[in-house]
Design a protein around this ligand. Structure first.
Ligand code: ADP
Length: 610
């Protein structure tokens, strides 16, 4: 077939201008439309179409210029690449890049074409016929097929002559190169966009502590970065499907049926196991585990205006933490490999984020439960001690009345036993009340500058009789003054308890050393004895309420096991710390660090302000 000479195309510089225009458009589709239009204009064709090869293996018609009817029918349609291969097999090369399939070879395959020009051919041996195909394959610099370009309806109704064919070849060549470059630019831009979005998403995800907050924080970046018009983020919890959020750019309320949730959950678990992404789209069948589920899902998605979805499992190690389903509306491009790759990476990052958030939530819940339990316990202790007090006051009052009563020796002995026991009960009730008060988070510390050295002196006085009785030396090493910011009664209790314990658990004839030191903004109180000592195992529990040592020698001493628990809570209430160092049989040292009173607080208290 020899094309007739009917060349009347426009000049080449025109086409360069068109290519520059195409490059200036930021959107790939808009750029390709400029090129398709340019080919129509300069090469004299009524229709020109550009398809690009998608990662799904289908050719998508992304730009159609010229005939509006053709554009309406063809734009956005998909053809398997095998059909293009068939066209190539039936074609004869024209020039160095064009391929021509004559009308006769296409007869019978009209349905594959999607659109057939409707016109009456000229009565000429070289007339253009309706089923003629003229197209070029588009390759990238490495020779990979990236798409195809086709033209139809020559404006003069004739097959191109030799000169026009030469020009057309040149335009098509240049257009093909431009299309391949534009596709490359688009792919690079995709990578940059996805990388940026992923970074933002991961950054935001790492700063949150609840699943709801996580979902809310990352939604906009995911939608924007992945160009998704909708998304469904489901974070599985420890027991099943957990919490989810559905988001659509047009703010629609979307209700997902239960069967779909179940299919998605199963699919996510399997996808996680296989380390893969699942596409839900008519163009990519066979992705969801059961084909009927896939088809059903595609049909359901179409009712909520979603054409194609990508299900990304969120994984942490082997465990599936949830899933992310990204959705695109009809008319949007198919997901490409780069997007799937970034989505898979993001799935792993988000999986870890969900795992961390889940762990943090579980910890918080546990902490809240423990706090509630602790508060209940304190309340119980406080109530019981209060209830003890009234009858005890009655008993002790009447015992006092009986003190001078004239009773025989046996009754007197009984009264003494009752009195001692009531006394023990009273001190237990007092300790329990003190414990509840020391642990009450609602009680504010009203701290004043208190001189620890003066408190030590008082405590020594209180213990000196007992110390003397047992031949114990009480040694003090302290500066003239050491002002602590504390409540006076609390400081007395801390110091008193530690010293009386040191005395109680010392062997007769030993020494108890009490020291006070001001260090930076702290005051350090140390009480050291050479007594029974505390085993390493017991040291772990000495501050627990009602704990008494397992050492039988220590157990012989009277006690409730509440003293150190009260001391620790009181120290903490004042923002201080307490530590124990001990060796069984050798002695024990308790070290308390409390905030020193600042110069200002001291001045304020001296002038009566607070
Ligand atoms: P208790 O009323 O039993 O003295 P505490 O809470 O004050 O209760 O002390 C808890 C336990 O820690 C005591 O039963 C004792 O075994 C041990 N303990 C406390 N202080 C000393 C010490 N200075 N030396 C040896 N053991 C001590």
């Amino acid at each position: 077939m020899t094309p007739r000479d009917n060349s009347e195309g426009r000049s080449e510089p025109d086409f360069y201008r068109i290519l520059i225009g195409a490059w200036a458009a930021t959107d790939l589709e808009a750029s390709l439309k400029v090129i398709a239009q340019g080919v129509c204009d300069v090469a004299g064709f009524g229709v020109s179409g550009l398809s690009v090869l998608r990662d799904s293996g289908q050719l998508e018609m992304v730009a159609v210029a010229g005939d509006p009817a053709a554009e309406k029918l063809l734009l956005g349609t998909f053809r398997p690449v095998s059909e293009l291969e068939k066209d190539v097999a039936d074609s004869i090369p024209w020039g160095n890049s064009l391929r021509f399939v004559p009308h006769e070879a296409v007869v019978g395959r009209e349905d594959d074409l999607g659109w057939v020009a409707d016109f009456e051919p000229l009565d000429h041996p070289d007339a253009w016929l309706p089923l003629n195909l003229l197209f070029a394959l588009l390759h990238d610099v490495e020779g990979n097929l990236v798409g195809s370009m086709s033209v139809d309806l020559p404006v003069d109704g004739m097959l191109p002559n030799a000169e026009r064919l030469r020009l057309l070849s040149r335009y098509v060549n240049q257009a093909a190169q431009a299309v391949a470059a534009l596709l490359e630019r688009d792919r690079a831009a995709d990578h940059v966009r996805l990388a940026r979005a992923s970074r933002t998403i991961v950054q935001r995800a790492s700063g949150v502590f609840s699943l709801d907050q996580l979902i809310e924080t990352i939604q906009p970046s995911i939608a924007e970065g992945f160009r998704a018009q909708g998304m469904w983020l489901q974070a599985f919890d420890n027991f099943g499907r957990g919490r989810d959020a559905i988001y659509s750019t047009d703010d629609r309320e979307i209700d997902l049926p239960d069967w779909l949730r179940e299919v998605a959950h199963d699919t996510a678990e399997i996808a996680c196991e296989r380390n893969e992404i699942v596409f839900i789209s008519e163009n990519r069948p066979d992705q969801v585990r059961h084909q009927p589920s896939h088809d059903q899902a595609v049909v359901f998605l179409s009712t909520i205006n979603v054409e194609t979805a990508m299900l990304v499992p969120l994984s942490a190690g082997d465990e599936c933490m949830g899933m992310l389903v990204l959705c695109r509306n009809p008319g949007s491009p198919e997901w490409n490999n780069a997007e799937a790759q970034w989505a898979a990476d993001l799935g792993r990052d988000l999986g870890r984020a969900v795992f961390n958030v889940r762990t943090a939530e579980r910890d918080q819940q546990l902490l809240a439960e423990l706090r509630a339990l602790d508060s209940y316990k304190s309340q119980l202790i406080s109530t019981v001690s209060h209830e003890f007090k009234n009858p005890l006051t009655g008993i002790l009052g009447h015992l006092e009345l009986l003190e001078d009563a004239d009773v025989d020796a046996e009754v007197r002995r009984s009264l003494d036993v009752i009195s001692r026991s009531a006394g023990k009960l009273e001190s237990l009730a007092q300790d329990m009340l003190a414990l509840a008060r020391a642990g009450d988070p609602h009680r504010r510390v009203v701290a004043l500058p208190i001189d620890l050295v003066a408190v030590i002196d008082e405590v020594i006085d209180l213990n000196s009789l007992e110390a003397a009785r047992r031949g114990l030396r009480l040694e003090v090493d302290a500066p003239p003054k050491a002002l602590v910011s504390a409540e006076a009664a609390d400081l007395e209790r801390i110091c008193g308890n530690l010293v009386s314990n040191a005395v109680k658990y010392s062997r007769d004839g030993g020494a108890v050393a009490i020291s006070a030191r001001v260090e930076d903004s702290n005051v350090i109180l140390r009480v050291r004895d050479e007594g029974l000592g505390i085993s390493e195992k017991d040291q772990e529990q000495v501050f627990t309420e009602f704990f008494r040592s397992s050492n039988p020698e220590a157990l012989r001493m009277p006690g409730t096991g509440l003293g150190l628990a009260i001391v620790q809570r009181t120290v903490r209430r004042h923002g201080g710390t307490i530590a124990v160092a001990s060796e069984l049989g050798k002695g024990t040292t308790f070290t308390v660090t409390l905030p020193a009173a600042t110069a200002r607080a001291t001045r304020d208290s001296a002038s009566g302000t607070s």
